[in-house]
Write a protein that binds this ligand. Sequence first.
Ligand code: FCB
Length: 490
Amino acid sequence: MTAVQSESAETSRSLRFPPGFLWGAATAAYQIEGAAAEDGRTPSIWDTFSHTPGRVLNGDTGDIAADHYHRYRDDVALMSDLNLGAYRFSVSWSRVQPTGRGPAVQRGLDFYRKLTDELMERGITPLVTLYHWDLPQELEDSGGWTVRDTAERFADYAEIVAGALGDRVPFWTTLNEPWCSAYLGYGSGVHAPGRTDPESALKAAHHLNLAHGRAIGALRSALPATAQTSITLNLHQIRPLSESAADLDAARRIDAVGNRVFLGPLFDGEYPADLMADTSHVVDWNALVKDGDLAEISRPIDLLGVNYYTPTLVSDGRVRQDGVEVPRNDGHGGGDHSPWPGSEHVAFHLPPGETTAMRWAVDASGLYDLLMRLTREHPDLALMVTENGAAYDDYVSPEGTVNDPQRIAYVHSHLSAVHRAIGDGADVRGYFLWSLMDNFEWAYGYSKRFGTVYVDFATQRRIPKRSAQWYAGVARDNVLQDLPEEDGKS
Ligand code: FCB
């Protein structure tokens, strides 16, 4: 029995996590920094996209966001008040390298050095994500992720950031959720740069994989040997609507184009044969994947970051479901174009039961299943839950407080799932709540609040929600206690 198992066997009321488990919160540059045109920063694809009418709800942009660029000291103090042991943030590429090429802007790098100084002074471990979707616009103008050169540029940028922060950052992530960059950015077009071409989406997926591999090479030569490298994927925990052959095949296809398109080259050094067959009418894989690419993509990494919010329920949309009316839900902000190149016929459904303000089903068993699948397939792989959390319609009470019992229940159930997976053999090293504070939620603008800290965007006042106090207790004790009756149900 492991320590975790014996503890949970002793008492179901308190689940102790392994010693050294990292308790953190996550953010991303464009979602919180603001200062969009300061100190040499130039537009990224998200600046261009959000300033294009009709792209983002209410015309919201990240121009000011949570003004973290100016308030980072207070924000780090807040993290410390919340007992966070770690903080996952991303670097804005166009703040560091405005054209995406050539020399770095020192003021941009200085911001991240000052931020990491603050974190280290307060004993908070920094995790850097190099790319959380904000490609410099100049690179998009030269083809963006549909061209190989962007992977080359990314490796140069990785080397610059490693040179500036390598002395203080122990955890490095190349890309956040390349699925979103490739398929929402170039397939469904609901994310920047807003293109809607299935072939471009698959080219982007390969070039993002390649960018990851090249950046790992650059990081390895620039960082101390103790640094840990990773990529963060939003893997889909896919469930077929029925056991029919057609629905099972829909699930297989989505697993191929959604998950194994990344896992295959990363860990097996090849693209899955079924993926290439499913999409051979969309892209010419032989022309796309050059000699040596797969060896670069499959360079060893130390950790896999896993982002999980909700499971994915699929059926073959061409087949009638025996009179059963099943609500459809693409879960990714709609749009007329599919984000699933070559599998456009697959239908996505809203699982029954409770949902968050995103209309995402609450189901922590999906996180358990996902962690166990990865552990089964790659027994030695260390995992980190780099994002998990929920949006709810939070508001400030007349007393000035924000009460969010649903978020507490959501996080509690997902942490229980993580604990169970650890007990069953998954090597999960940490958990990062999405998000530290309310922020610019991409195509939804400021309408969706994922923070554990409330942000009044008119005044930039921060108000820790009740979930923040609760999470601070979990982080302090390294123990998840049962919820009191009023919070247990949501
Ligand atoms: C993830 C993104 C993150 C945030 C959450 C809700 O897909 O990585 O930036 O938008 O979803």
